[in-house]
Ligand binder design. Structure first.
Ligand SMILES: [Zn+2]
Ligand SMILES: [Zn+2]
Length: 585
């Protein structure tokens, strides 16, 4: 069982307890457990099995929780969950999947309207029966109706890239252990770095396909076998994801890897280009249309497949049929940004608000990750849930940062500089959550919208534009507010936002949190076109949270971003120059 699966079980228990009106402390304990597990990057199974280590070594995991996790890892279930699943009606589970419908609201809907399905809920909304319930109203009814469509779209049940990646890494490690496999690679949307992954494609090179396919079936996480063929086997893996394994020969490996990496749009264009040149391309290789019986012209590597139709090798993240073939032909493919180009991280939280690690711990973790600067950007006071900072507490934190920088410089060992920042809220009524003179003293200001997300398009757009034009604002955080699979973006005119960011020299964030990835690939590409400087930030709430940077980089690569498009690939001196330009504009 993966960490994500365990976390979602704990969340599920908390939801069901809340539905029943259970004890708040108990609910909170399960929510905290889910958050902890989700925030742990290393697999809990690995930690448990490692000699001399134990789950209780992890901060926040006590004995009781460790026992529950071990039971889950052993294939057991949570007795409490089984009991709750008996007690709560099935329709409640379906309703809780609708974004914006928490357990409490679902309870009211089920009890008052006698719903038995999601369709019933849609009917009730359309008949205007939901608006009269206590705590609902016309707006909520319209929101439910809009989100219902979102919940019923099968595209929203795909795994996040990061969740799929955990499975892919375990699977690759297992398959590479197979003596009959000469080479094993993953393909498909995982390889293209899509934000969500629907199924996992694995490719093996071998002369003994049966042995390789048997090895897959012997994997301890293998579920039901869906198909067993001559060279292809499909199974269900963790979280019910479908895994397709194909076994090919060395002569076809490159052709098959190209073929099964996709996308469909990209491959359609590749094949039609080949046809124009009298060639045919499939998963076995490239042959001449008029002599398909002859030995393939290419197929061992992806490079030779692309070369055979006059193209440079195209990075998988760009293979979406968005003009990459024309660029490969012209020799003008972008030099995509890599994780190694990233020098700083400009959005993170500490224990001063809702983070789990202290200022010093975050700085230490940044040093360990080789960063040369970070900005501490805790929440401002409007975010009461997170105990947001007022002017006084913020200045106190800044004094601690000054002292920390002095001691880091005195040690002389690390080049890390900690910038004084804030994630300041764009208030519902307009304006920012801290006075201008305070913001002017910050090194780095991220302005974010957390409240009033249901406002009309012109109001939300207006709030963001106001922040962009504020001289102290360096960057707009998670600009669209979407949460993948959970909540659509707020209604905002992104073209206006992008144009204003370009005109004022304000950065736009690519928030690297795997649930956010906001800006997404298409918006980031549009921002690049407009000349906006982007910042890839982790928005870390723990030291491990800094590791999601790679998810943001992947999204930036899909957008075609080069190091020069990403402000935090700059040296600190160069970043400061960029910020001064904004102040003067
Ligand atoms: Zn935020
Ligand atoms: Zn944040």
């Amino acid at each position: 069982m993966t960490n994500a699966e365990i976390a979602s079980l704990f969340d599920h228990v908390a939801d069901l307890l809340e539905y029943q009106g259970g004890n708040v402390f108990r609910i909170r304990a399960y929510r905290n457990a889910a958050r902890l597990v989700k925030g742990t990057v290393e697999s809990l199974a690995t930690i448990r099995e490692a000699a001399g280590r134990s789950l209780t070594d992890l901060e926040g995991i006590g004995k009781d929780l460790a026992i529950k996790i071990e039971a889950l890892l052993d294939g057991g279930r949570l007795p409490l969950l089984e009991q709750l699943e008996q007690e709560v009606p099935q329709v409640a589970f379906e309703l809780m999947r609708v974004p914006g419908l928490g357990p409490k609201k679902v309870k009211i809907l089920v009890d008052s309207l006698g719903l038995t399905s999601l369709d019933d809920l849609g009917d009730a909304c359309r008949a205007g029966r939901v608006r009269d319930l206590k705590g609902f109203g016309e707006k909520t009814e319209a929101m439910i109706l809009a989100n219902l469509a979102f919940a019923q779209d099968p595209a929203h049940s795909r795994l996040l890239w990061q969740e799929a990646d955990v499975i892919v890494q375990q699977l690759l490690a297992w398959m590479r252990d197979c003596p009959a496999a000469e080479r094993v690679e993953a393909a498909g949307s995982w390889r293209r770095g899509r934000e969500t992954v629907g199924d996992i494609d694995i490719l093996a090179q071998s002369k003994k396909p049966n042995e390789v396919m048997d090895h897959l079936l012997a994997w301890n996480a293998a579920g039901e076998t869906l198909l067993r063929g001559e060279t292809k086997t499909s199974i269900r893996g963790p979280q019910q994801i479908q895994i397709d394994l194909r076994v090919v020969t060395a002569a076809s490996f490159g052709a098959a890897w190209q073929y099964f990496t996709g996308s469909k749009e990209h491959n359609v264009r590749v094949r039609s280009r080949a046809r124009e040149q009298g060639l045919t391309i499939n998963e076995y290789g490239v042959t001449r249309i008029d002599d398909q019986a002859a030995k393939p012209l290419a197929g061992r590597t992806e490079e030779e497949v692309y070369q055979s139709i006059g193209l440079l090798w195209i990075p998988p993240e760009l293979r979406e049929g968005r003009g990459e073939i024309e660029r490969a032909e012209a020799g003008s493919l972008p030099q995509l940004v890599t994780l190694a180009d990233i020098r700083g991280d400009l959005h993170m939280h500490t224990t001063a608000t809702d983070g789990e690690a202290t200022l010093t711990e975050m700085a230490q973790a940044a040093i360990e990750r080789g960063l040369s600067y970070i900005a501490i950007t805790d929440h401002s006071k409007r975010v009461t849930m997170a105990h947001g900072l007022d002017e006084k507490r913020l200045r106190r934190q800044w004094r601690s940062i000054d002292r920390l920088n002095e001691s880091l410089a005195a040690e002389g060992k690390s080049p890390l500089v900690v910038l004084k920042g804030i994630e300041v809220d764009m208030l519902e009524k307009g304006g920012l959550d801290l006075p201008e003179d305070v913001l002017a003293e910050a090194d780095w200001v991220v302005a974010s919208l957390h409240y009033g997300q249901k406002q009309a398009r012109d109001r939300i757009t207006g709030r963001i534009l106001e922040a962009i034009h504020h001289p102290a604002v360096s960057c707009i955080g998670h600009p669209t507010g979407r949460l993948i699979n959970r909540r659509p973006a707020y209604d905002v005119d992104m073209q206006q936002v992008i144009d204003a960011a370009a005109a004022t020299g304000t950065c736009l964030e690519i928030n690297a949190n795997p649930w956010r990835l906001d800006l997404d690939d298409t918006l980031a590409a549009a921002a690049r076109q407009a000349g906006v400087q982007m910042v890839i930030s982790t928005d870390a709430h723990s030291t491990e949270g800094l590791d999601v940077m790679r998810c943001g980089v992947l999204q930036a690569r899909r957008a075609g971003l080069e190091p020069k498009d990403v402000a935090n690939t700059r040296t600190l001196a160069s970043l400061r120059k960029l910020l001064r330009k904004k102040e003067r504009s």
